[in-house]
Structures are given as C-alpha cells and as structure tokens.
Design a protein around this ligand. Structure first.
Ligand code: T4K
Length: 388
C-alpha cells in the first residue's frame, strides 16, 4: 500500500504496477467473431476496394449515428483531408490549437493555412468569440473539434459561419457515439470526421470516416477516396487512396457490437476516478454532462494552480509507477512545427490554450482498467500531493 512519500517509486520504492498501464490501450470485441470474418475474407479473396465488410461497416456506423452517409476511410487524418478537399476549403481555416496535431496538419498538408483560435477554459473547445476575432478576407471555413467527446459550441459556430459565409465542419475523432442536445454527433456542420484508430475507445485497428447528411458531398468524397474514379477508366476528380480495407472493417464490426459494454466499463472507471480523486487539493477530474451520452474514453485530470506539486512532477511520479499518463495536447499545435516557425507569436492570442495544455493529465481507462487499479492510481496522486 502507498501511504507516505517513501512508498512512491519516484522516491525509490518499487513501482506500483509491474506492467505499464497505457492511455489508449485498445478495447477489443469478440475474438472468435473476428476470426470468422478473417476466414470469410480468405474464402472470398476480396481484400479492399469497397468490399462487402466495408459496405456493412458503413451501413452499421450510419445507423448507429442516425446519419445518412458514412464514407469509411483508412484513418481519421485522410478522412479530414478528403472532407476539407470536398468542401473546397482554401486560404485560411480556423481551428483550435488545443487538439491533436492532425487537425492542423490536414489543412497545412494541402496548402491551406490553419489559423488558431483560443478555447473556452470550461469546455476545452473553441470559443466562438475567439473564432470571430480570427476571421479575415481569406477565411473560408471553421473546423470545430469535439474534444474529449464533448461537443464544440455547435449552434454558436453555426451562427458565426452563417454570418461570414464560411463552411463549418467538425473533427469528431473523440466523439463516436456521443450526443449533443440528445442528437448523435455526426449530424452537425456540413460533415463530421471520425477516427477509429487503435487508441480510440472504438477501433478498426486504423480507420476513420466522414459522416454527413449531404448526398452530393458524400458522393464527391467516395470518388476522392478512390483516386477520383467514377467508372472503370473514368476519373472525374483529383483523388487519393483513402480506402478502408476489409480486415479493418471486420475489426470495426466486431468492436461495434462491443461499444455499449466498453462505454459501460469506461463510465464505471470515470466514476471510480471521480470518487477516488475527490478532495485532493489542486486536482480535479473534468466532468461530462450527465444529460448527454458520452463514451468516457478520456479521463482528464486538471492540475490547478493551487496544487502544491507541478503538473509535470505528477506525471513523472505516475510514470515511475508504470502508470503511463499523458499530457495531451501539450504544448498546443501552435508550438509544433511548422506552425511554431510560421506563427512565432501565436501564443499571445492563445492564453487559455496554453494554460489548459499546461494543466491537463490524461489517465488510463478502458477495458484493461478497473476500480481497484484506479484506487491505486489515485492513492499515488493523493500521497504525492498531500505529502508535498
Ligand atoms: N483529430 C483528433 C482530435 C485526434 O485525436 C486524432 C487522433 C486525429 C484527428 C487523427 O485520427 P487518426 O489519423 O489517428 O485516425 C494517439 C493516436 O495515434 C491518435 O490516433 C490519436 N488522435 C491521439 C489522441 O493519440 P499518440 O501519439 O498518443 O500515440 P501513441 O503511439 O503514443 O499511443 C498512445 C498509447 O496507447 C501508448 O501508451 C501506447 C498505447 N497503445 C497504442 C497502440 C497504437 C497500445 O497499447 N496499443 C496500440 O496498438 O497518438
């Protein structure tokens, strides 16, 4: 048991866990069901290019989200790039700097400038007022990010977009199966982008999708995902190779059957963390709105300025115990290349982004965690902070 400073691995004691606890440990559905799909794939000799499992996956995801079209892709980043292309974005597009760097890269990669707007300290998502300040004559769109599965301020961003004639889309990489106003995320903006990466609570090994209710946009993205081919030897768009493969769809289908169980495990972990960390001075677990459905895939702990121990020391202490906590998304995209060189003074307009990036710790959750392990994680934090 960890009771005093000398019991902590950072002070020389043995680590609390022999094997590392990971943020982003994949959740896996039924192994036998997956193996049956593998057998079918061998029998059919159909591995890619709009195969039957990909088609079934697209239908099931669209049904789950209550959205008209799901265009499955090889990963979330390519899905972002294709959505950005299909919407005809160019010039400048406003995004948060407090997101995974792929949101910004998907623009920069195609010669569009990501312009970083600050976030709301309470929700960690774009501040509509900050977005307004960043609009220039070159602005063509806004990409909101539903960080941690909590919806960006959809209606306020819609109002800004309408006022300035801008396209609005969302990076919903964290928000599969979450709701906004009781409606599934996937139904907002012109389109929304999902990630099914291994570290997401619902994975297809690697994978992603653009979901939309817009028929024409879906058609364009389907063509762009497959080199722009609209017929056997006929190309009607510049395209890329963004296709999802059959084996990925097989994993996605099996994991889709397990989504409710994984969410239940994540919810129990979230409650266990909240209880176990309650009352420790200077740390708090970011809360999810109980009126909305959430996937609880990220346990976010903020280390507030009154905490007697700096955020990075808490991380070091956890990692010494083999609890591989992360500082997502430190230090903010604006401080990563190429943006650091392009916009050396961007930080001046992003005080909330920087404060949040300096305070967040992401803790392990998912199928491989349980309330007992969470109790130990919390005891490490309690001992470290209260003994300081
Ligand atoms: N937009 C947003 C807002 C995103 O968060 C992301 C991805 C995207 C767009 C782009 O979607 P994708 O193109 O990725 O589909 C991870 C993921 O690679 C990335 O998908 C994710 N966001 C991001 C938040 O997290 P890293 O750099 O943290 O990955 P890594 O290798 O450090 O792995 C995280 C932890 O998970 C480690 O402790 C190891 C563990 N792990 C990982 C893998 C892959 C496992 O235990 N097993 C595994 O198979 O980026």
């Amino acid at each position: 048991p960890i009771r005093q400073q000398a019991d902590l691995a950072i002070n020389g004691a043995a680590p609390a866990f022999d094997d590392p606890l990971h943020v982003g440990r994949p959740n896996m559905g039924d192994r036998d069901a997956f193996m049956r799909h593998v057998g079918d794939i061998f029998d059919r000799r159909w591995l890619s290019n709009d195969g039957p499992l990909v088609q079934e996956f697209e239908r099931r995801v669209a049904d789950h989200l209550g959205v008209k079209h799901c265009v499955a892709m090889c990963n979330g980043t390519i899905a972002l790039e294709i959505a950005i292309r299909a919407l005809g974005l160019e010039g400048e597009v406003i995004v948060p700097a407090y997101t995974f760097v792929a949101t910004a890269h998907a623009l920069q990669w195609q010669g569009i400038t990501p312009v970083f707007a600050d976030i709301d300290p309470a929700t960690h998502t774009l501040s509509p007022d900050a977005v307004r300040k960043m609009i220039t004559p070159r602005t063509t769109g806004i990409i909101g990010v539903h960080l941690w599965g909590r919806a960006a301020p959809v209606e306020a961003l819609e109002a800004v977009a309408a006022e300035h004639d801008l396209q609005l889309m969302f990076d919903a990489a964290h928000a599969f199966s979450c709701t906004h106003g009781g409606r599934k995320i996937g139904n907002f903006g012109r389109c929304e982008v999902m990630s099914f990466h291994a570290t997401k609570f619902f994975n297809s090994f690697e994978g992603g999708a653009v979901v939309t209710n817009d028929d024409e946009l879906a058609r364009t993205m389907r063509l762009m995902r497959n080199f722009g081919f609209s017929g056997l030897d006929q190309v009607s768009y510049p395209g890329t190779n963004g296709k999802m493969i059959e084996i990925a769809a097989a994993m996605g289908l099996v994991n889709l059957d397990a989504v409710d169980d994984v969410i239940a495990a994540n919810r129990a972990n979230y409650r266990a963390y909240r209880e176990a960390l309650a009352g420790i001075p200077g740390v708090r677990v970011v809360e999810y709105d109980e009126r909305e459905r959430n996937n609880f895939q990220y346990i976010i702990m903020e280390v507030t300025p009154d905490c007697p121990v700096p955020r990075d020391t808490v991380i070091d202490a956890l990692r010494a115990e083999n609890i591989l906590a992360r500082r997502y998304f430190w230090p903010g995209c604006h401080k990563m290349e190429p943006y650091r060189s392009l916009f050396p003074h961007a930080g001046l307009l992003l005080p909330v982004t920087e404060a949040v990036a300096d305070s967040v710790i992401v803790l392990p959750t998912g199928q491989t965690m349980d309330p007992h392990k969470i109790g130990v994680v919390a005891q490490v934090i309690r001992t470290l902070v209260q003994g300081a």
